[in-house]
Design a protein around this ligand. Structure first.
Ligand SMILES: Cc1cc2nc3c(=O)[nH]c(=O)nc-3n(C[C@H](O)[C@H](O)[C@H](O)COP(=O)(O)OP(=O)(O)OC[C@H]3O[C@@H](n4cnc5c(N)ncnc54)[C@H](O)[C@@H]3O)c2cc1C
Length: 338
């Protein structure tokens, strides 16, 4: 029988984040499908709030590694905490959110325990033994596989599960002592303001900007300043995530005029990212196949292009607005501001 450890770290306010709740869905359904035991292992400065929040999830026990050392993400302390929790739970399967904090330590922890770790898992199945699914080759192939090694540590890709929702209550936490003995002190975090962040995986809408924003427009001029205003205005107003075509992010290396906030991290497509959002809006982007393959997880697709014969018109978008994106986005931003 499998012992399934739901491994989670708390957020700064002591709660569990969305990605953690998604991995709890996977852990709980695996425990139910295999008839296994579900154990929770929490890491953070204080884990009581998180333990209470998952009281209704059906864990037979809740283990906790807590203290000031475990407040901040840090390889040494996170790996030591995860290793101790896996041992204390006698876990055979470990399920954690595939966020940056756990993705960094799971492979190392798997090695220390003589097990195996797999990241980017999108589905966990428990019928007739444990098997998982993930995408390979930049989301071109979906593979299903299982492993005999235990413990098997799985990082669940955020956005692939429905976050667990259930009753809260008072839960006793069994403390697990860890002497991390780290020499690394976290002195602070340097991160852009939320408003300056353009990649928002949880956003309702993906807004994709293409190279058209930097091209000469009907008046024969380039209007990069207006393009920046239109794009940033929409991102702020709709709390959208920003994607880009390859041509647009490549312009900087070719010495072309570029949008100051755009980097290669924003690129969507065959050689870029494959984000997951309920809706997507492509603007000034031609909609060529190497770009559109990155839209496979975008459910409702719309595009704005002055060219009625652009790629989006070839069955790639649900709605194509044949219009000037500068004008359309000015109007949309004005409506959002209202
Ligand atoms: C192996 C390989 C891998 C690739 N991988 C990727 C990838 O991962 N991602 C990716 O994006 N591309 C990728 N590409 C490149 C891809 O084929 C296209 O070249 C690229 O996506 C084109 O970018 P674009 O649509 O922004 O620019 P363009 O093709 O220059 O299109 C600009 C569009 O803007 C429109 N436009 C201009 N002004 C306006 C306006 N005012 N209002 C509305 N529309 C306007 C024009 O009509 C035009 O359709 C790859 C190519 C290869 C060969």
């Amino acid at each position: 029988m499998e012992t399934i450890l739901f491994l989670a770290h708390t957020e700064a306010d002591g709660t569990l984040g969305r990605a953690a709740m998604e991995s709890l869905t996977a852990a709980k359904s695996l425990a139910e499908a295999t008839g296994g035991t579900l154990v929770a292992g929490l890491v953070g400065e204080n884990v009581q709030l998180a333990a209470n929040a998952i009281a209704g999830a059906g864990a037979t026990k809740v283990l906790g590694v807590s203290g000031a050392d475990f407040a901040q993400p840090r390889y040494a302390t996170d790996a030591a905490a995860a290793e101790a929790l896996c041992k204390a739970a006698e876990a055979t399967i470990v399920i954690a959110a595939g966020d940056s904090r756990w993705s960094r330590v799971l492979p190392g922890v798997g090695h220390r325990l003589g097990g195996r770790a797999d990241l980017h898992i999108t589905q966990v199945n428990g019928d007739g033994g444990v098997s998982v699914k993930r995408w390979f080759y930049r989301q071109r192939m979906e593979g299903s596989f299982s492993r005999a090694q235990r413990p098997w540590l799985l990082g669940i890709d955020p956005g692939t599960q429905t976050p667990w929702q259930g009753g809260a209550g008072e839960t006793a936490v069994e403390p697990v002592a860890v002497d991390a003995g780290t020499r690394t002190a976290v002195t602070g975090v340097k991160a852009p303001n939320t408003d300056e962040q353009t990649i928002r995986p949880d956003a309702e809408v993906l807004f994709v900007a293409g190279a058209g924003w930097t091209k000469k427009q009907a008046d024969g001029q380039v209007h990069l300043d207006i393009a920046e205003q239109r794009i940033l205005g929409f991102l702020k107003g709709a709390k959208a995530s920003l994607g880009s075509s390859k041509s647009l992010v490549d312009l900087s290396s070719e010495g072309g005029q570029v949008l100051s906030f755009m980097t290669h991290l924003n690129q969507v497509g065959q050689t870029g990212a494959t984000p997951r959002h309920p809706k997507g809006l492509a603007t000034c982007c031609h909609g060529e196949e190497p770009h559109v393959v990155g839209w496979r997880f975008i459910n409702e697709r719309r595009a704005i292009n002055t060219d009625a014969n652009c790629g989006w018109a070839q069955g790639k978008a649900d709605v194509l607005y044949v219009a000037d994106a500068f004008e359309v986005m000015e109007k949309v931003n004005a409506l959002l501001a209202e």
